[in-house]
Ligand binder design. Structure first.
Ligand code: NI
Length: 189
């Protein structure tokens, strides 16, 4: 397995329209393992193949919910007062050639971020639910109704397949502010 570099805005490769996956072989399985490893290493919950430079209609998502069956553990990550979290549970999901079938009319606003737009967060309004059809690593087709965080995340990731970033949903003013902030952080690093 290998951790890949994640491409960051305003890299023009992120504007690529990705092509369907046509071959369901061991190379695809290895690529998906690499994408999960890359996503977990960057503390992300979703990653599209184009974010590591491959223009394929392929996404990995893991919302990593708290494991409600596990005992809470003391958390040392943000300092301050003593507090406890349940460990996170891995729930890896792979979507090959995903399609959104019927987005709800009801919209929901959610604060989004993206591994390709590091440390920038902004509210984006999207359909609050959608039905998704996709293929698994064997090429079998599935359909499922997505709600809540999964609906947000899959719509965000599917935008990547069309060359769209979440900041493209913002006003030009807010998008330019985000890109400037990103450039400034990059120069400082
Ligand atoms: Ni993203």
């Amino acid at each position: 397995m290998a951790i890949h570099n994640i491409i960051e805005a305003p890299d023009p490769r992120l504007k690529t329209i990705s092509k369907p996956v046509e071959t369901f072989d061991d190379a695809l399985k290895t690529l998906v393992e690499d994408m999960f490893e890359t996503m977990y290493a960057a503390n992300g919950i979703g990653l599209a193949a184009i974010q590591i430079g491959l223009p394929l209609r392929l996404l990995v998502i893991d919302l990593q919910p708290e494991d409600m069956d596990a005992e809470p553990e003391e958390c040392h990550s943000h300092g301050g007062h003593k507090h406890f979290h349940r460990p996170l549970k891995k729930e890896p999901r792979v979507f090959v050639n995903p399609e959104i079938l019927d987005p709800s009319e009801e919209l929901h606003s959610f604060q989004e971020g993206c591994l390709s737009v590091p440390d920038i967060y902004a509210d984006v309004e999207r359909p609050s639910a959608c039905r998704v059809r996709w293929q698994d690593l064997e090429g079998n087709t599935h359909e499922e109704d997505m709600t809540d965080m999964m609906a947000v995340c899959i719509q965000h990731e599917m935008d990547h397949l069309e060359g769209i970033l979440f900041i493209d949903h913002l006003s030009r003013l807010k998008r330019n502010m985000a890109l400037k902030k990103l450039e400034k952080a990059r120069k400082a690093a």
